[in-house]
Design a binder for this molecule. Structure first.
Ligand code: ATP
Length: 298
């Protein structure tokens, strides 16, 4: 055990009846890190967060939060958490909920500042039951930050949000992190993890399958994306393992993305084949592809 870790999960197993939700999982998060936890449905992400937040106990192994037992209320004073389901009291007004939660902390963020940061100033007097799904989500994340936590656990913070609301939330998470905060977040949006996290932990069926810097995880994937505009459909071209095309009514329906393990060979081949392409771009794989490759190989 290292005492100065924000989160220290050591050889943890947790079962639900016959289901092994976490199988000998070890994971550490240092203060100031922003870690993305990725995994398909049922991988064990929420179970892991529930152990770190002291809501559940491991069957074996140990979990430490800020050096203490997360089931001890003193360890949790430094914790902010937004679970997947947020049960807000429907008849309380937004400002009242924030004030109520703020009352539990010695040095809370002023309610007005917090509401402004999360774009909820206009809704301050509205009952939480009358908020839209996106506004409710933003309020839930705001509540996790009201006590100036040292560690923030976010379980799919932007599920169901539109693009604007999602980006606003990302900004809030980035600002918190830039101030020295530690974040462990789960997400189904790979784009979200790619946009926020410095480190990615991939978990699948209760087992950690990758734990590395975002760039290193991406480098592990050999696939390259060749993006170009061409009149012909190139999805069946030799060397193309998968292709993506925009909808016919898209701004540039002839723009296509070709996934290949050898971009140089593919481009040479297209030239030799007389394909009239333009605006060629070659990129590494996205986290989406890295993830698919990692959870497919077993
Ligand atoms: N309270 C419970 N009772 C029984 N089984 C459970 C319970 N909670 C989780 N499980 C099981 O443990 C496994 C891991 O679930 P968990 O919710 O941690 O996954 P997850 O990665 O968070 O999934 P999702 O992305 O769908 O939220 C699943 O097989 C799930 O069915």
């Amino acid at each position: 055990m290292t005492p100065d870790l924000a989160v220290d999960v050591d050889c943890v197993t947790r079962r639900f009846g016959a289901v092994v939700a976490l199988d000998d999982v070890s994971l550490t998060v240092r203060p100031g890190e922003l870690v993305g936890l990725l995994g398909p449905n049922g991988a064990g992400k929420s179970t892991l967060l529930s152990l770190v937040s002291g809501l559940r106990r491991p069957d074996s192994g140990t979990v430490r939060l800020l050096g203490g037992d997360p089931r001890d209320a003193r360890s949790r004073t430094g914790l902010g958490i937004t679970p997947q389901e947020t049960g807000l009291p429907a008849t309380l007004r937004v400002r009242e909920v924030v004030d109520f939660v703020a009352g539990h902390f010695p040095d809370p963020v002023p309610t007005g500042d917090l509401l402004e940061q999360f774009g909820l100033t206009e809704q301050a007097r509205r009952q939480t039951g009358a908020l839209s799904g996106g506004q409710r989500r933003r309020l839930a994340v705001a509540l996790a930050l009201v006590g100036r936590p040292r560690v923030l656990l976010l379980d799919e913070p932007t599920t169901g949000l539109d693009v604007g609301a999602r980006h606003a939330l990302w900004e809030a998470v980035r600002a918190y992190h830039a101030d020295g905060g530690t974040v462990l977040l789960t997400s189904h949006y790979l784009e979200e993890v790619q946009a926020l996290a410095q480190r990615v932990v991939v978990i699948d069926r209760g087992v950690v399958r990758a734990d590395d810097a975002l760039d290193a995880v991406l480098r592990r994937v050999s696939l390259r994306r060749v993006v170009l505009t061409a009149p012909d459909d190139l999805s069946a071209w030799t060397g193309v393992v998968r292709a993506e095309r925009p909808a016919n009514d898209a701004a540039d329906p002839a723009r296509q993305t070709l996934l290949t393990s050898d971009a140089d060979a593919l481009v040479r081949d297209l030239v030799l084949g007389g394909i009239d392409f333009r605006d060629l771009e070659i990129r590494g794989a996205s986290l989406d592809e890295a993830f698919a490759e990692m959870v497919a190989v077993r």
